[in-house]
Each structure stands twice: as C-alpha cells, then as structure tokens.
Design a protein around this ligand. Sequence first.
Ligand code: PEP
Ligand code: MG
Length: 594
Amino acid sequence: MKTEGEQNWRGIGISTGIAIGPAYVIDQTGLVVPEYAIPAAQVEKELKRFQAALAKTQRQISQLRQKAESLPSGAGDISLLLEAYKGMLTGSRLVRGVEEMIEKSRLNAEAAIQREISALKASFAAMDDAYLAARASDVGEVGMRLIRNLLQQQYNPFAEAPEGSVIIAEEITPADTALMNPEHVAGFATLLGGAESHAAIMARDLALPAAAGVAGLVQGVTAGDMVIVDGSKGDVIVRPKEATLQLYRQELARLQREAKRLKGLKNVPSVTPDGTAITLQANLELPREAEAAIKSGAAGIGLLRTEFMFMNRPDLPDEDEQFDILRKLVQQLDGRPVTIRTLDVGGEKLATALGDALGESANPALGLRAIRLGLKEPKLLETQLAAILRVAAYGPVRILIPMVSSVSQMKQVREHLVQVERRLQRRRAKLPPSLPPLGAMIEIPGAAMAADALARVCDFFAIGSNDLTQYTLAIDRGDDRVADLYEPFHPAVLRLIQFTAAAAWRANIPVSLCGEMAGDPQATALLLGLGLRELSMAPTRLPAVKNEITQISILRAVAFAEHVMNQSDEGEIRLLLQKGVAATEESLEKRRRP
Ligand code: PEP
Ligand code: MG
C-alpha cells in the first residue's frame, strides 16, 4: 500500500526525543531454519508445539487486523489479506502438509513448514498466473511467521540499516532493542507494543526516541522514506513537507540545548533545599550503558536487569561467564554500589535452553517467571547467586529478587544463598567477608500489602512501580490496546507505594523505587512526599530529576503528597503533577484566603 505525500499517524510515545531519518523497514524475514529428526516418542510433543505456534500466529494476525481497522481510513484490503492469512492456519494444505511431515517423516516443525512452503510456492509458480504468484508470497509470509513463533526469537534485523535510520517494524522485542546501537540508529516506531514493555524501557535507557502502537505502519512506509518520530507524543510523520521538517528540526535543536543544560547538573549534589540527601541511581539493561550512568552522576546502579546475559542465544550462560561480565561491570563502577537483580523472565522464553521441561503458560505474566522459575529450577538460581557472590568480593553489591510474593520465597532464596556460599568456600573461591544484602522487588500488590512481614526477612526493598501498576490494575503493560488504562498514578498504586515505604521505615531497612516513575520529574515531589529517599532510573532521566530535588524541600513535598493522596481520581492526580508543587500551593493559598 504505497501512498504519496505527508502522512501523520499517532501511536504511544514510549521514549522521548525526536528522530529524523530515512525509514529502514524490517520485513521480518531471513530466518535461519534449523532441521533435525524427531524421535518416534517425541512426535506427539512436536505436533503440540506446532499447534501452539499456530494458535499464537492466529492471535498475532487478529491483533494486526484490529490495528488496521482502527485506522481512520479503515483497513480496506489489508483486512481481507489478514483474513486470508488466518484461513491458511486452519485445516489448510499448509497445516495438513506440515502435520503429515512431522508424523511420517519425523521432521521438526520448522523444517517441515519450510519444505511445505517451498512445495506450495513451486506449484503456484507452475500455474504461471499473477494472482497465484501473489498467493505464493502470502503463504511464505504466514509460514515465516509460524517459524519465528516456533523459534521464539527474531533475527538481528538492524545490522544492515544505514546510519541515521529510523527503524519501522511490526514489533520490536527487548532482545531486538539490545541489538540497536544508538550511534547508528536514530529511533524506531512499531505497529504493536505498549509504553511500559521492556523494549520501551530499553529504548529509554539507550536514549532512542521511539513510538509504539502506531496504526498505519508498516504497509504505509517504504524503505528510504523520510520519517519523523516524536517519542514524547507518539507521532510518526512519513514523507513530511519541508515546513514540517523545519519545525521538527527546530524542536530537536531545542531538546539538545536543554539536555546540555541539564548535563551541567552532574556535579551538583542531590540534596533538597532543606538539606535532605536523595540517592539517585541508574537502572541498567546492558553493561554498555554503565559509562552513561557514571557520566550522568549516578551514585550507583539501583537496578541491574540481568536478562541481557540470556538474550539472543540458544543456551544458558554458566557461572564463570556470568561472573566475568558482572565483575567487569562492578569494577567499572569503581566502588559505587551495584544492585544485581536475578533473572526476571518466564519459563516459555527459556524453554529451549532448559530442555523444554517448563512449557508454555496461558498467562505468562502470571506464570512461571522470575523467582518462581528460579525456585523451581534451583540450578538456574544457584548459578546466578554463585556468580554474584563471587563478584561481591570486587565491590559493594546487593542481590535483588524479582516478583517476590511471599515471605517463604525470601527464606528459600536465603537458604540457597547460604548453601552456595558454603559450596564456594569449599572450592576456596574468593568471597566477600559477609553475605551481600538480599532484597525483594515489591512489584506484586500482595507483596506490598505484606510489606511489614517481608521487611523482617529482607535487607532492603526496591519498589517496581511498572509491574505494581500492571498487577494492581490488571493491565498488560505491553499491550497498546489497553495502554490508556495503564496509569502508574492511580490512587491504588500510590497507596501501595506509600504503604511499602512506610513499612520499610518502620523496619529500618532501605527502600528505593526503580520503576519508570522514578525517572519522571513530574513524580519527584510526590515520591519524596511519600517517604522515598532513593530513586533509580534510566541514566538519561537523572539530571531532570535532580533538577527537581534541588528545588523542593521535604516539608513542601510532604504537603503536596498529602494533597495528591486526597484525590480520588487518577485524572485529577495527573493534572496536579503537571501543574507542579508551586502552582498547586498557590491555588490552595488562594482558596484559603477569604
Ligand atoms: C518494575 O516492574 O517496576 C521494574 C523495575 O522491573 P521491570 O520493569 O524489569 O519488570
Ligand atoms: Mg518488574
């Protein structure tokens, strides 16, 4: 669907900033397809794996169709095409052919799909008809989508992108984002995805302007088209007029000047005007961001997401590999504390590497993920604990456990930690003089409500406002269709944060907040007022948050938070945060005057 002239689309802004550059459209093909024989006893299981991929592909196609239908111009031909795609996934020759090949030739599903596509394409080609030739490419598209879902991975799509490109894709996974080099890529926009997905968080950490959930992509853009992505508003402008381009170039220059001004705050102490020191730390997704964290003036790493060690590979990293990566990072931080979080992904993502024992979950966000997986697969957890313990001999380290929901989980983790220490002592490994602090992410509403009990078995808390919002409001943080309902400033979420902070104060243990809210300068006064003194955020957000801290006394922050907590509606809360402390004080004062 090629269109001429300027096109404007609006999605969700997921990473602020403006990207201007030629489009590099990811066509999501070019997979390396593995081929191997299936033992007779595994045929049933392989058929089930194929059925699961069919179901997932159908879900994806329905989503794409809904997205297309939300376009102001309607879905038109795309809708018909997608319906045809769905038809190919039920009782079709493709499906029957693949099932037969798995059963009779005992071939793995991926290879069976590829062979069936080639056979179908060859028979269409033999008919020498333009309409059928187009159907052949449709079968290819559907087959490749199936294979991608079976492999549960995407290929490295960015290696060939020309410098300064704006990436346009249907969907981008966190693993894809990890492959993007901000020096090389200007930004990205995707058809699917929500504001708080891990791909979005990664984009913010890498300071890559990005928009997601943009109906109109990918068909409406041709490779090389000039594209503007406004990552604050979520706007995507394709083939802009000269006047539009000028406007955005000016805005980009203004943002660059503002970023430079805020960078000047690097050496300014993070202290409120009434003398309360606030610890500002950085969240890291990838070790290569460590330099940016140090440059931003971060006092340490408040959250190291270790998922990067497990991404873009078919196997699991062993203890030594994890130790080497983490040691380098801890040494680079040169005495600044590093809070290392154990693996926070689900069983379905690691199934291949774990020998497929864990299977798929109908509700991955509620399923076998994070510490639940670690406690079911103790080798996975203990390997990581051993690497972290050894690293703690090289600098101040804390161990953070994701998705904790109960006291007994923390007790079990501590038992594993003690056992690992004993084993390492027997191996005469270099170890720290005492065990590093062990803390829990408070990101499940039940954990927040049980914070007093959890505080007795934890050395510290880190509040994960992203998941806390997702689970409190039952909103999938990665789904653009419900993104408007994802509201971290909902009174229920704020109450849980306030309660957790108070429980930590009562137990006299440190508490930080490391969800995306920590990096939002509009939230700073509120968070200080709710009792937080430690915040961890993307390095790029640190200067703007520090700017706020130097302007608001704790006394004023507490009064502001009290006023915010008296609101019953998240819309009112948003308005107050946008208005800011000074303007809110002024209007309250006016109301008080006779
Ligand atoms: C959170 O949930 O707020 C958090 C910090 O963890 P993640 O975003 O990695 O789930
Ligand atoms: Mg989380």
